[in-house]
Design a protein around this ligand. Structure first.
Ligand SMILES: Cc1cc2nc3c(=O)[nH]c(=O)nc-3n(C[C@H](O)[C@H](O)[C@H](O)COP(=O)(O)OP(=O)(O)OC[C@H]3O[C@@H](n4cnc5c(N)ncnc54)[C@H](O)[C@@H]3O)c2cc1C
Length: 781
């Protein structure tokens, strides 16, 4: 392309990597008016993973934002073709998902419901109708299906050509055969990059280096936990009777996707355990290359394929294509600015939605924020332990396999566990905890496990254990391990002024105070919710969510003015925190000798033995257990928080939710000036359009999981965001975001295609002391 031309000395943004992610980011940067953006690619455009992608495009994703990105991609492809005159190979033939097991049927029913809630076209169809759509399949064992007409596929190389054409027409430039060999930073910010063809100064880099991203980001001192896996698809020579393009057939019980390709069949797999591959074995010159065929590994998939596709028996195999593709530890890509280095924007770990993700990354670079909340792709969600090569190589084969697994509630990962044991890990094991991995930590979900829990969509077999823990936490004394909550110390002469500027509450409170507050973005959305403790005149401790600590520290660092004398430090690992709850908690605390906390009022703190240095945790636990306290896990805690309408960040609220919609007005102090205040004033004057409410189910056998549509008078008016069985109220319960008019009314919730009657209410379902506490919180003490 422009490999012979000299590189510019400076560019506003440099995109590194010429796969679909880099091409899309460049196009959208140019479209947003960055006319001097350049792309550097060490080999040729599309030569990494992109050229051999099967390039199916599915509109439905697990969340609304991800679906928006996929939907954007689908609208972009034909538009791009019109704009540039370059074909993208967009073929909109739809996709057919079949179910051969009852649980898969529930899964696809849930998907149809989700699709409708997100405004997509999707329908449940009979096995006979499925056979009509895909006559070449053996439908003998099919028990149901879902039809998604919006889906399709592109030609990845043509798509990139169109994106580049569109970008160049707006001034962008592309330099192939130009490898990045160093990233320059100054004062924690991107300053430029060194390439095989010279140095370029720049303020922003979009790192779109595919499976090589971990090494590429390391050049800037940034952790990017992505690792490649081998990905297989079989190609056959033309098959008689297979005429024209057909929809994609998703046979996920067989771990397969199937479609036509040049008159033959393309049969790809996400087998239960993939094969990891070390990026260094591929080398820097791995361009337009593939990995060796592995028929032994593919054999079980081949058997499945032969069952589904009788025509395959006699088909001539062209190749078993094996290409590397990168995955993150949770399967979702990384999108956004790195927490460690300002100006380094990551578009890494992609295995889908390239077009839309490039739009979002360009938006982030130009406007300083994502076009919508994309917390699930936030690079800050991974703690440092995930950048470990061994952990990644162990996890990503399971991630590849999960891609087509049934999304059972509360299913846990089986690989790369025990990365971050809690100080009380040995104690929790002796209490037979069932653990879940949260931000790398091993957290007890419930206790008294006798066997691995059965996966399913109905009443779980741990129901009784969790019910007992909830009762213990209500009427007795229960201990919840809260050590994973992020603890951030903000200290220095300007700490009060600094935090007061960012937080919605009044920070000028005496040492010993503790209170709930928020940090908002300039659009009035909640970026962080936290409990603040004032330790002394110059020091505060912020307690944030388990997964929020890296993001919160980055937020604080980014908002610190140069002349502000403030130190920000992560104190999480230094402390074990036990939450002692229940009617008998005071006696247990007293028996444990922590008498000085008994006269503490609500939302006050005092240094005592209850949050202790990590190496004293076992002694503390033994003392409290001796005083009658019993351990309780995250499932009981979640059920109780939903009853109390305590909102969880990333579930019930996110950076698109303002505090008035969330019912968190008590955390706002209108007489101080804080980030986001102007927008909130407007919302206060007009009233928020939506509300976060409690949903109480009439049917005690309903099993809501969250992410279900809320219907009122036959129309979708919102969606559930968290759900559980409320053991203190004896009913299933959920939190939901609904239109304001539906905040207190009869509704129906669609769970996997069945409607369940329920009632919404603005307040908590179970909160006997709530009004008194709320008043105390409002009064700050
Ligand atoms: C067999 C297979 C089937 C697939 N099927 C689908 C599908 O059906 N649907 C779907 O959505 N996705 C599919 N994918 C995934 C999809 O192909 C990828 O998500 C996508 O191609 C990744 O694009 P990328 O731009 O992130 O990475 P890449 O295409 O790998 O691009 C990264 C580029 O960065 C360059 N680079 C790396 N380091 C440097 C450096 N230091 N300096 C300069 N350049 C550098 C590389 O040379 C490379 O060209 C499939 C993948 C495989 C392997």
């Amino acid at each position: 392309m422009t490999s012979g031309r000299p590189l510019p000395a400076h560019a506003s943004v440099v995109v590194v990597g010429g796969g679909v992610m880099g091409c899309s980011t460049l196009y959208h940067l140019a479209k947003l008016g960055v006319s001097d953006a350049i792309l550097v690619e060490r080999n040729q455009l599309t030569s990494g993973t992109t050229w051999h992608s099967a390039a199916q495009v599915r509109a439905l994703r697990s969340t609304r934002s991800m679906t928006e990105l996929a939907r954007y991609s689908i609208s972009l492809y034909p538009e791009l073709e019109q704009e540039t005159g370059q074909a993208t190979g967009w073929i909109n033939k739809g996709s057919l998902s079949i179910a051969t097991t009852p649980d898969r049927l529930v899964h696809i029913e849930r998907q149809v419901v989700l699709a409708k809630m997100f405004g997509l076209t999707a329908s449940s169809i009979s096995p006979a109708d499925a056979k009509d759509i895909w006559p070449h399949m053996n439908a003998g064992d099919v028990i149901g299906a879902a039809w998604s007409p919006d889906d399709g596929r592109v030609s990845p190389s043509d798509l990139c050509a169109a994106l580049i054409k569109g970008a160049k027409s707006r001034g962008a430039k592309v330099f192939e055969e130009t490898g990045v060999i160093g990233i320059l930073t100054e004062g924690g910010r991107i300053a430029g990059l060194e390439t095989t063809r010279g140095t370029i100064r720049t303020d922003a880099i979009a790192l779109c280096t595919g499976l090589w991203s971990r090494d590429a980001a390391a050049m800037a001192g940034v952790d990017v936990p992505v690792w490649p896996c081998e990905h297989f698809y079989l190609l056959t020579k033309p098959i008689e009777g297979l005429n024209g393009n057909v929809p994609t057939l998703s046979d996920h019980d067989s771990h397969l996707y199937i479609r036509d390709d040049s008159g033959g069949l393309l049969v790809g797999s996400f087998e239960p355990m993939g094969k990891a591959i070390a990026p260094e074995t591929l080398g820097e010159d791995f361009a337009f290359q593939l990995l060796p065929e592995d028929w032994d590994h593919f054999e079980p998939m081949m058997i499945n394929a032969l069952h589904r596709l009788p025509a395959l028996e006699t088909a001539e195999v062209k190749t078993l294509l094996n290409g590397p593709e990168s995955f993150t530890p949770d399967g979702t890509f990384l999108l956004g600015e790195a927490t460690e280095t300002r100006g380094l924007f990551l578009g890494c770990g992609m295995n889908s939605v390239g077009g839309g993700a490039g739009m979002a990354l360009a938006h982030n670079i130009v406007h300083g924020h994502m076009p919508m909340d994309l917390g699930e792709a936030d690079p800050a969600r991974f703690p440092g332990c995930w950048n470990d090569a061994d952990a990644l190589a162990e996890r990503v084969p399971e991630v590849l396999g999960r891609h087509y697994e049934i999304t059972y509630p509360s299913r846990q990962w089986t690989t790369a566990r025990d990365l971050r044991p809690l100080p009380l890990n040995a104690v929790w094991r002796s209490e037979r905890a069932h653990f879940g991995q949260v931000h790398g930590w091993e957290r007890p979900l419930y206790f008294g496990k006798t066997s691995e829990p059965t996966l399913g969509f109905g009443k779980p077999d741990w129901f009784g254990a969790v019910a007992d823990e909830a009762v213990q936490a209500h009427t007795g004394a229960a201990l919840f391990d809260q050590s994973t909550l992020g603890k951030i110390d903000v200290t220095g002469p300007d700490a009060e002024r600094f935090l007061d500027r960012l937080c919605t509450g009044d920070l000028r409170r005496p040492p010993g105070s503790a209170w709930f507050t928020l940090m908002l973005n300039p659009r009035g959305g909640i970026e962080h919710d936290m409990t603040v403790m004032r330790l002394d005149d110059e020091s505060y401790r912020l307690s944030v969510g388990t997964g929020a600590v890296k993001r919160a520290i980055a937020w604080l660092n980014r908002h610190q003015a140069e002349n502000e004398r403030v130190e920000i430090a992560d104190a999480t690992a230094g402390y074990a925190t036990l939450a002692l709850a229940g009617a008998k908690a005071p006696q247990a605390a007293e028996m444990a000798g922590a008498t000085d906390i008994l006269d503490l009022k609500y939302f006050r703190h005092r240094e005592t033995e209850i949050t202790c240095v990590a190496n004293r945790a076992i002694d503390l636990y033994a003392t409290l257990a001796g005083a009658g306290a019993r351990p309780a896990g995250l499932f009981a805690q979640t059920a109780m928080r939903i009853e109390k309408r305590f909102l969880a960040y990333g579930h019930d609220i996110d950076s698109d939710t303002d505090p008035l919609t969330a019912g968190l007005a008590f955390a706002l102090t209108w007489d101080t000036d804080f980030v986001g205040r102007d927008v909130l004033e407007q919302i206060r004057d007009t009233g928020p359009a939506k509300s976060v409410v409690t949903v109480l189910f009439d049917d005690t056998d309903a099993w809501p999981l969250g992410n279900e549509p809320v219907y009122r008078d036959g129309r979708i008016v919102g969606q559930t965001t968290s759900a559980a069985f409320g053991h203190r109220i004896g009913k299933p319960i959920a939190l939901a975001v609904v239109e304001r008019a539906a905040a207190e009314t009869a509704v129906e919730i669609d769970i996997a295609g069945s409607r369940h009657s329920a009632r919404t209410q603005p307040g908590a379902a179970f909160d006997p002391a709530g009004s008194r506490m709320r008043k105390l919180m409002e009064a700050g003490g």
